[in-house]
Design a protein around this ligand. Sequence first.
Ligand SMILES: Cc1cc2nc3c(=O)[nH]c(=O)nc-3n(C[C@H](O)[C@H](O)[C@H](O)COP(=O)(O)OP(=O)(O)OC[C@H]3O[C@@H](n4cnc5c(N)ncnc54)[C@H](O)[C@@H]3O)c2cc1C
Length: 428
Amino acid sequence: MPSQSQSYSFQRQIETYLHADIIVIGGGPAGTAAAIGAARSGKKVALLEKSAQLGGMGTLANVSIFMPVGNVTGIYREIISEVLAEYLPADHDQSIAPQYSPFLLRQYFNEKMKKENVQVFYHCEFIGTVHEDGRINAVIVSTREGLRAFEAEQFIDCTGDARVAIDAGVPHRTGREEDGLTQPMTLMFMMQNTGKPVTPILPEGCYLYNEVSDLPQGRRLYWEQNNDGSLLVNMSRVKANGAKIEEINYAEVEALRQVYSIAHYLQRTGFETYALTHIAPQTGVRETNQIEGLYTLTEQDVVSGTRFADVVAQTNYEIDIHSPDAKKTTDERHVDGYDIPYRCMVPEAFDNLLVAGRAISATHVAMSSMRVQATCYALGQAAGAAAAISLDTGCSMRDVSMHQLHGELERQGVRFLGQRAGSVQAAD
Ligand SMILES: Cc1cc2nc3c(=O)[nH]c(=O)nc-3n(C[C@H](O)[C@H](O)[C@H](O)COP(=O)(O)OP(=O)(O)OC[C@H]3O[C@@H](n4cnc5c(N)ncnc54)[C@H](O)[C@@H]3O)c2cc1C
């Protein structure tokens, strides 16, 4: 628990390490795409990532399945064509849900960023903003050489938790509107078919699961699409908010207990020849903070298929809410498809900040649908292109011309599907 009795004023002179045109903070799906989108618009881009790899939850937390979104376009489409060509659909509106190797994706991103002229800084954790008069001038970053300032004209927060925006004072909310509870966390793991019986082990502190109903999600959920004997398992569930100190501490310990317990269960119920071979380096975080942007995406938008004049991403991924109470239920509801408007990424109070990825302005239910990787790639690419336009034209992020943005995205290979059901809302 934080001490209520003390606080400190912390002042330091911090050396500037680099000045870029655009700095992207967080190298997950949104951040990698934002960096590429901005670099393709001719900008000097620095991408700051606190871990040792790019890909975000898709590699660090070993999610390693792309959920279907109904519009395979832009940088996401490129990733599919370059890493998973056998899944590339002829038409943009076909749905795919490929499983991939998180290790290969990690390697792919290193090479991709080099080709795209994005300067990547690993082990660089954002810790604070320097801002005045509605502009961010620099971010303070914890590096292997201590604290350093990274300056830029434009900043894109792709930390997933809206860390940069929140530090700068952008209003935000967390989790379910009624009680602030977020979707639970899951530690992904892999098992490998060894071709011979393995001895199930149950380490100290773990649980004996005998029935499906004993399992944390009350279901068996795994994929075995890679044809190499590897099994990807998504079956743990921990009630916790991954952006809270106490809760993440609890989650990392509890999730690992569950992983060993689930592996032990699977080895006795159909996977007798499978060894536990890989546990993700960190427990996956589905939901933490949402900024309050110029527009908040709602459940109504998702279910009614709202179309927006300032569309930057399109998806028909279902409403998918793992029980925030950690009950053994998941609320899954089909949706036909909807647009996500640019305004969801724009915090009102800053001229040179966008937030892309899962932390955009959205309600709890809407977020459960827009959070998947392909959508975050689309949002990131649009944010990168928009930041470049803002810089070129000298306008604030909120005043970026949608005509110009759509033109630039088209130039970068993004295609928006024609208007389907629902209404089109104006961009202002
Ligand atoms: C268990 C689980 C299962 C999922 N299943 C699927 C699925 O099957 N298919 C699918 O498509 N999606 C799935 N998702 C959702 C999807 O993985 C995420 O919503 C998506 O990765 C979000 O992308 P993002 O770029 O917004 O954020 P993230 O992927 O969270 O990436 C944020 C990045 O920012 C970095 N970062 C954070 N803070 C800082 C800081 N202070 N300084 C520097 N860097 C920082 C992080 O290290 C990370 O690399 C799942 C998520 C989880 C947790």
